[in-house]
Design a protein around this ligand. Structure first.
Ligand code: BEZ
Ligand code: FE
Length: 298
């Protein structure tokens, strides 16, 4: 065999890594080379199929702009984003799990999604961030504690959701500004409460190459209704998660695999004229949802 010919092209690529290669990069790129070569061998990849894959990835890139990140959507819909979230939470929580004095595990994390907007207004507990927006009013309340059950006072709860039709402020067009999002801080006993709407299911953007991929896979693009929450305070492992109304469609088939049983919350329905948990008598029907968040010590 000529010295230029290699019996095992996989090993030949790996042999070109130099001793100066950053160790972590070496570990990752070695796995990438091994796995993509194994994939090509496993499916006996044909040249035209590989060209179609390259065209697909090119289209994914061309679909990205300041408002849309099709690569993240690709990662989300292939379950990779959620896998990375789970690996991260498992790594960060190892210490907390080893702590035998802990009384409760930290709240499960899930994907952040593309609609987080940093700098949401800081509002008083009890504020209504759903007023004037489509959707049924919902009262949210609960506590934020650590894994020892101790209340975390002054903990930030940064929440955001789509409206009652599944549309986020960022998708509203024009300059809708921030809607249905705010930061709240817990009181001295770790309690929070606010008003918003009961979120409804909605599709992830399906008019691009990822939508074509979902259709080719025979999959729908829908996510069950959810309200996003980022919970953080110095000294604790920050948490990015959602709460899902228990009666939402698509809990079993979330397009981005973000549902965890522990994040499914019953929304209690109340008739017009009922008293809300904050004492207000509501002139229209509303829902109430209670959820206690738990943060692991950092
Ligand atoms: C969302 O939760 O809004 C979302 C998450 C992943 C992909 C698309 C949307
Ligand atoms: Fe969302």
């Amino acid at each position: 065999m000529s010295p230029h010919q290699t019996a095992d092209i996989t090993q030949a690529v790996l042999d070109r890594l130099t001793p100066e290669t950053d160790p972590r990069f070496r570990e990752i790129i070695t796995a990438v080379v091994k796995h993509v070569h194994a994939l090509a061998r496993e499916v006996d990849l044909k040249p035209d199929e590989w060209m179609r894959a390259i065209q697909f990835l090119t289209d994914v890139g061309h679909t990205c702009d300041e408002k849309r990140q099709e690569f993240i959507l690709l990662s989300d819909t292939l379950g990779l984003s959620m896998l990375v979230v789970q690996l991260d939470q498992a790594r960060r929580s190892k210490k907390a799990l080893a702590d035998k004095t802990a009384v409760t595990p930290a709240t499960e994390a899930t994907v952040q999604g593309p609609f987080y907007w940093e700098g949401a207004p800081v509002l008083e507990l009890g504020s209504d961030i759903g007023r004037g927006m489509p959707g049924e009013p919902a009262h949210y309340s609960g506590r934020i504690t650590d894994t020892h059950g101790r209340p975390i006072a002054g903990c930030c709860l940064d929440v955001w959701s789509g409206d009652g039709e599944g549309v986020y402020d960022m998708q509203m067009g024009g300059d809708a500004g921030m809607r249905l999002r705010a930061r709240f801080h817990t009181d001295s006993e770790g309690r929070y409460h606010f008003w918003s709407i009961k979120p409804t299911f909605y599709p992830v953007p399906a008019d691009g190459p990822v939508g074509d991929m979902l259709r080719a896979m025979g999959r729908h693009p829908n996510r069950p209704g959810h309200i996003h929450a980022m919970v953080y305070k110095d000294g604790y492992v920050p948490l990015t998660t959602h709460l899902f109304p228990a009666d939402s469609p698509y809990l079993d088939s979330d397009a981005v695999f973000g549902v965890r049983d522990s994040l499914i919350v019953p929304y209690e329905k109340h008739a017009a004229g009922s008293k809300a948990p904050d004492g207000r008598v509501m002139d229209k029907p509303f829902h109430s949802a209670r959820y206690d968040f738990v943060l692991a010590p950092a």
